[in-house]
Design a protein. Structure first.
Ligand code: NAG
Length: 201
């Protein structure tokens, strides 16, 4: 390696480590209620993760929650049935602010609530999960109020999932894929709430 290459490499390494250790861009004047609500919301997201397994066992017989076989086929099917993918929760930074983060959490929970509402008229065993999501939505709304002083209405487009649930196989696919996606979204939520809770100005 010549000096130039080494310089460039060092530059990239340095930038990468700076990005990683950059302070989280949270406002220093978050009200105490924000942290308390975030703690409760985190507990709820962990409860939901447990309830997802129970709901899956009760409602889905054709697929296993932990099996990744056929995943790409099932993903394509899910998209074609009107099951959108989760909002992406990035690491907080000046480009992904707390406001954006809380809005996306809210949009995601609302989206899954809407999907479960549709699915629960075709499959049983989803009631606990629906109640959990309603609870979590209230908490995230409180975070939104504490942070932005505003309540947000549901901005999600209405899913046409119901019109695709023609037979029991499509119901199985839809419940399986919704719960699989929700589980991964809840892992993101659990991680994000942790950041919000442990933040110290
Ligand atoms: C949620 O996050 C905590 C760390 O804050 C971790 O210990 C726990 O395992 C996570 N829960 C789940 C269900 O992944």
């Amino acid at each position: 390696m010549d000096t130039w290459t080494v310089t460039i490499l060092l530059h990239y390494l340095l930038c990468a480590s700076l990005v990683q250790s950059a302070p989280v861009d949270l406002p220093s004047n978050l009200p105490p209620a924000f942290r308390e609500t975030a703690v409760e919301a985190k507990t709820l997201s962990e409860k939901i993760l447990k309830d997802i397994s129970a709901a899956h066992t009760a409602a889905v017989t054709d697929f296993n929650l932990d099996s990744s076989s056929q995943m790409s086929n099932l993903q394509m099917l899910a998209v074609s049935m009107g099951i959108p993918s989760s909002p992406v929760l990035k690491v907080l930074s000046e480009h992904f602010t707390l406001d954006m983060c809380v809005s996306r959490m809210l949009a995601g929970v609302q989206m899954y609530q809407n999907l479960l509402e549709i699915l629960s008229s075709r499959a049983s065993g989803l009631e606990d999960l629906k109640a959990d999501l309603r609870d979590l939505l209230n908490h995230i709304n409180k975070l939104m109020e504490a942070q932005l002083g505003a309540d947000h209405s549901d901005q999600n487009p209405i899913s046409d999932l119901d019109s695709h649930l023609q037979d029991s196989y499509s119901v199985q696919v839809a419940v399986h894929m919704t719960l699989t996606q929700l589980r991964s979204f809840c892992h993101d939520l659990n991680r994000t709430f942790r950041v919000l809770i442990t933040y110290r100005p």
